[in-house]
Design a binder for this molecule. Structure first.
Ligand SMILES: *[C@@H]1O[C@H](CO)[C@@H](O)[C@H](O)[C@H]1NC(C)=O
Ligand SMILES: [Zn+2]
Ligand SMILES: [Zn+2]
Length: 433
């Protein structure tokens, strides 16, 4: 019965789409022609071969944050072959390519280049050749899709009503590469920016996003609790940092549960705890640390402040002292990723035209973080997830898993989506601010 209903629904949808395309708005039909053309080009066998070769080359040679030298070089050599100009280096290995008239508006497309310190467990021909490093977050696909967009855009460079800026950034995985690119002026004077992230949460051919906050802001903390070590049989002659740290950690869990609005998402997680070595010794110090998250800047600031207070005070209850390090010089806390409403609408419309209305989903909010968020604080921005799940080929494992498999069929779709989002924004920038 469910099946009959589905067929009925599918038929109705098809009818609706058919009717809609018989009386299209001029802009709608133009967009439809554009997305068809781009997707057809990107799905030509030789285009797919080229994309697949690039993705596999990068996949075999994963590089960690700010070490993306070979990846950056591969990108530059492909851009050279395409005849695309770029500014380089930015934030070590990053670069920004330009396609179009050079005039405003400038529309940004972004890909991140770094891999993860994970040993790949997938056995296949193009498995990572770097032991302990893997593109388990799909950034190899992001780079490839953006190069695909460069190739599509380059053939249309004389028709572009402005300039497309292709941002290849280092260090997304905790390194705040986007922040460092921004600090070096890489996205100055952009009117808007768009990015894609692959995800096995949706099937290949689907995309998803949401207006407003989508991903959390996130910070990190490392704590040292200093007590006074001694014999475990004489606790009164010591100041026990294990107990102080334990109390502090229990109290940390009450920041979100007792102090923040239950309708506003927040997370405090302690992810590591190190202290002591022997059964009969109270150690001198304990180290622990973790992450805290919120959907708002105010929430993030509040939780951060309270983490410091709670730990310091709990330490002093137990006659210990604490230092709480948020590592802000080394690693900026990530703000929340907030999609601008009209940029979201723009990308959604382009996506609907490209993959079909039924394949554009509303993404749930998630407490994961993403450094694209730095760009979202500076200009109208949209961040979209693009599905890679296909049970037939087994691309079902989550991001950051050593078993992560990418469905390479996403590559031409992502390339076309990037290019279409950029071209149509340049055609109609006023509508988008
Ligand atoms: C999954 O992959 C198989 C084999 O390549 C293909 O036939 C099928 O259409 C794919 N399904 C989706 C949803 O992409
Ligand atoms: Zn990741
Ligand atoms: Zn990622």
């Amino acid at each position: 019965m469910g099946r009959v209903f589905f067929i009925l629904l599918a038929t109705l949808t098809l009818l609706k789409l058919t009717c809609a395309s018989e009386t299209p708005t001029a802009a709608g039909s133009e967009l439809h022609l554009l997305t068809r053309e781009l997707l057809d080009s990107a799905r030509k066998p030789e285009f797919i071969d080229w994309l697949t070769r690039i993705r596999r080359t990068i996949h075999q040679k994963p590089e960690l944050a700010f070490e993306e030298h070979d990846t950056s070089e591969l990108i530059r050599s492909q851009l050279d072959l395409l005849g695309v100009d770029y500014a380089w280096p930015i934030a070590n290995t990053g670069l920004v390519a330009s396609i179009g008239s050079g005039l405003h508006p400038w529309f940004g497309l972004r890909a991140d280049m770094d891999a993860l310190p994970i040993r790949e467990m997938v056995e296949w021909e193009y498995k990572s050749k770097e032991d302990g490093k893997m593109h388990a977050c799909g950034h190899d696909a992001h780079v490839t899709m953006l190069l695909g967009a460069a190739k599509l855009l380059q053939t249309k460079r004389h028709e572009l009503k402005g300039t497309v800026k292709l941002v290849f950034q280092p260090g997304e995985e905790g390194g705040a590469g986007a922040y460092h690119m921004m600090k070096e002026g890489a996205v100055d004077n952009f009117q808007a920016i768009f990015a894609l992230h692959v995800t096995p949460s949706f099937p290949t051919g689907a995309i998803a996003s949401r207006p407003g906050p989508m991903l959390a802001g996130a910070g990190r903390f490392v704590v040292i609790i200093e007590g006074q070590g001694g014999h475990a049989a004489n606790p009164h002659a010591t100041r026990d940092p294990i107990l102080a740290a334990s109390s502090a950690i229990v109290s940390l869990q009450q920041i979100v549960s007792r102090e923040t609005d239950p309708l506003e998402a927040g997370v405090v997680t302690v992810g590591f705890f190190e202290g002591g070595q022997a059964l009969n010794v109270i150690p001198q110090t304990v180290r622990f640390g973790g992450t805290f998250r919120s959907m708002t800047i105010e929430g993030l600031i509040y939780i951060q402040q309270r983490i410091k207070e709670v730990i310091e005070m709990q330490a002093s209850v137990h006659r210990c002292s604490a230092t709480v390090d948020f590592m802000e010089e080394k690693m900026k806390p990530y703000p929340a990723t907030v999609n601008d409403k009209s940029m979201y609408e723009h990308a959604k419309r382009v996506g609907e035209s490209l993959v079909g209305e039924q394949n554009v989903k509303l993404a749930p909010m998630a407490m994961g973080a993403e450094d694209f968020s730095f760009f979202t604080t500076k200009m109208p921005a949209a961040f979209f997830a693009i599905g890679t799940k296909n049970e037939t080929i087994g691309s079902v494992k989550e991001l950051h898993s050593p078993y992560f498999v990418l469905d390479e069929e996403v590559l031409p779709i992502g390339a076309a989506l990037h290019a279409a989002a950029a071209i149509s924004f340049l055609e109609n920038p006023v509508e988008n601010h």
